[in-house]
Design a protein around this ligand. Structure first.
Ligand SMILES: C[S@@+](CC[C@H](N)C(=O)[O-])C[C@H]1O[C@@H](n2cnc3c(N)ncnc32)[C@H](O)[C@@H]1O
Length: 197
């Protein structure tokens, strides 16, 4: 039990290095962007993003005190500028996010979905590893064939969370500025071109 009175909703399983590399290739934070890892474990994603994109503001939310301490020590060792906050992601407002990463569970994504829809602004990029967000349509999917952590689902708020006739092209375009299309396999690039009409 944590001081917040909650059990962690998901156990700590760190994202593997090869997936971290793919994520760094895929994401293209703009200067000043706010990037979150919801349930950031030992901070490896947040630290890697902060090192690769020093103009981004990276925030790492983690409920377990031991992992918060580990993430802080890792950030210090790597001289990474990351905000590491002990928080329950269900009750922390993430409305200033431009990019959100989540390696959780489908059941947890399902519970987080109303919060994501309420707080995140159109154009925010949400990437989940292995577990999709129920009822959202990804704009791209990246498969990593040699890894057991093998699928990155890429969503854009204002597009992925809407019914087809309500999807915002403006949100899609805004989100796509934060994705490196070159990092996508050809069929996925083609899919995005078709979304752009
Ligand atoms: C599967 S691990 C992913 C860790 C990290 N994002 C990574 O990819 O290496 C999920 C993390 O979420 C944390 N967590 C679970 N429930 C949480 C909650 N309600 N609020 C904040 N963190 C939570 C766990 O302690 C764990 O570190």
């Amino acid at each position: 039990m944590s001081i917040f009175g909650f059990q962690p909703s998901v156990p700590w399983v760190p994202t593997r290095d090869e997936v971290v590399e793919k994520l760094l290739e895929l994401l293209k934070p703009q200067p000043g962007d706010r990037v979150y890892d919801l349930g950031c474990g030992d901070g490896r994603i947040a630290i890697a993003v902060a090192k690769r994109y020093p103009d981004a503001h990276v925030r790492c939310l983690e409920i377990r005190q031991d992992l918060v301490e580990k993430a802080k020590a890792n950030a210090r060792d790597k001289k990474a500028r990351v905000e590491i906050i002990r928080a329950d992601f269900f009750s922390y407002n993430i409305g200033d996010a431009d990019i959100v990463y989540m390696y959780l569970l489908t059941s947890v994504n399902q519970k987080l979905r109303p919060k994501l829809e309420e707080e995140l602004k159109p154009g925010t990029v949400v990437v989940t590893l292995d577990f999709p967000i129920p009822e959202w349509s990804e704009v791209a999917r990246v498969e990593l064939p040699r890894s057991w952590q093998r699928t990155l689902y890429v969503y854009i708020v204002g597009y992925s969370d809407r019914l087809p006739h309500e999807r915002s092209q403006e949100a899609l375009l805004r989100g796509l500025q934060r994705i490196n299309l070159e990092a996508l396999p050809e069929p996925e690039r083609g899919r995005i071109k078709s979304l752009l009409g």
